[in-house]
Design a protein around this ligand. Structure first.
Ligand code: PLP
Length: 413
């Protein structure tokens, strides 16, 4: 049989658009299929005990199967194809998928701070703001970690001999601040850096090329892209991936094969979706910034929104998410959110439809009020994840909502 679709390719690297369509499909020609087989097996027959034991030992050590996958918590071919594809897009040696973004973050932390991985290194340096759940995981003490919150330019000062990793999120949720990844990596020295790149996706940013050790995604968002999957994924080097797989098989935060199938399918249109949504975000952010009923807009694509000029250098574009504050504080924001007809009032992001939510009341409610205030998460702030609708329709929705809010304020005054 003619061998086709070798990924990694024997030729030089393909462009991201090509990788997105073809990666994770290297076994298709041999299988004689055109779409990824959805393998729902929970267990796998072993040919004999000798080969079953060899495969089990390899999987428990964090490697791949030799022969049987043994058990789906250890390995699943549908999940592995999605992992291969994401690794290609991130320029990583490997990727490991999890049941959610939070399971992925927990596994990263455990892989370097717990048991075999970290010994007595239980200190983490992190930069705020982070997604509320990530902030909560670190602040809760649930993993027995000690956390120092640092400004991105003061990471070096926060390091200790027992620091296991540095955690940053860029663009940050929900203030859209950009952090200079290479500068943080330089400050961290020997200490590995984890970048939550959920807002950027590999279409706009590839943190491993800038020296990060792990790039983490809530794959629930743009990677899946259709609001129907909860998932997490981490791209890293082979040793990092082996350690993550070991945490995953012990703690059990595995990705369901159907979710992996949907994610793999979603990756094919990722570049198109991200770029189209980004165009809409740029247009809406610009118009909102000029609107008299709007106090402030947070978006790296606006003048002043990217003080370190990282768009173009670190990111290929400002992304598809922005935040804004209507004049009139919390009440105006709450009213606008429920007045909109087209935008979906919901947490999460990266879907085909535009989602609007209130970080202080919803996604970042678990963050202590003082930390929220210091991170700039204002009571009037609304976060918008732009979808694939016509940007002009989205603008009409916002304009009508803002006008209704203004006349309500005038009536009160
Ligand atoms: N990281 C970021 C930036 C997020 O926005 C989220 C969720 O909103 C997460 C991590 C957690 O991901 P999940 O909800 O898939 O557990």
């Amino acid at each position: 049989m003619r061998e086709k679709k070798r990924f990694p390719s024997s030729r030089s690297a393909w462009s991201l658009a090509t990788e997105a369509v073809h990666a994770g499909r290297s076994d298709f020609a041999a299988l004689g299929v055109h779409a990824p087989p959805l393998d729902l097996s929970s267990t796998y027959p072993v040919a004999d005990l000798a080969s079953g034991t060899a495969s089990l030992d390899s999987l428990v050590a964090g490697g791949g199967p030799c022969g049987s996958s043994v058990y789906s918590r250890l390995h699943n071919p549908t999940v592995a194809r999605f992992e291969d594809a994401l690794a290609r897009l991130e320029g990583a040696e490997a990727a490991v998928a999890f049941a959610s973004g939070m399971a992925a973050l927990t596994a990263c932390l455990m892989s370097v701070t717990g048991g075999d991985g970290g010994g007595d290194r239980r200190h983490v340096v992190a930069c705020r703001p982070l997604y509320g759940g990530s902030d909560h995981l670190l602040s809760s003490g649930m993993l027995g970690l000690e956390v120092t919150w640092a400004e991105p330019d003061q990471v070096a000062e926060a390091l200790r001999p027992e620091t296991a990793l540095v955690l940053i999120e860029t663009p940050a949720n929900p203030t859209l601040e950009l952090i200079d990844i290479a500068a943080v990596v330089r400050q961290a020295g020997e200490v590995p850096v984890l970048v939550d790149s959920t807002f950027a996706t590999p279409v706009l940013q590839r943190p491993l090329e800038l020296g990060a050790r792990w790039v983490l995604h809530s794959a629930t968002k743009f990677l899946g892209g259709h609001g129907d999957v909860l998932a997490g994924a981490v791209a890293t080097d082979d040793a990092g991936a082996a350690a993550l797989r070991q945490v995953r098989l012990v703690t059990g935060g595995v990705l369901h094969p159907l979710a992996a199938y949907l994610l793999h399918r979603g990756l094919q249109t990722l570049p198109l979706r991200v770029r189209a949504a980004q165009q809409g975000a740029q247009l809406l952010a610009e118009r909102l910034a000029a609107h008299p009923a709007v106090e402030r807009v947070w978006y790296p694509g606006l003048p002043g929104g990217d003080p370190a000029a990282l768009v173009g250098r670190q990111m290929a574009g400002p992304g598809a998410i922005f935040s804004f504050a209507p004049r009139g504080g919390f009440a105006a924001a709450a009213r606008l959110m429920s007045d909109l007809e087209l935008m979906t009032p919901a947490v999460s992001l990266g879907s085909t439809d535009t989602l609007i939510q209130h970080p202080a009341a919803l996604t970042h409610r678990v963050v202590a009020e003082e930390a929220r205030r210091r991170a700039g998460i204002l009571p009037a702030m609304l976060r918008v994840s732009v979808g694939l609708e016509s940007p002009e329709d989205l603008w009409r929705d916002l304009e009508v909502g803002l006008a209704a809010g203004r006349s309500a304020t005038d009536r009160v005054a």
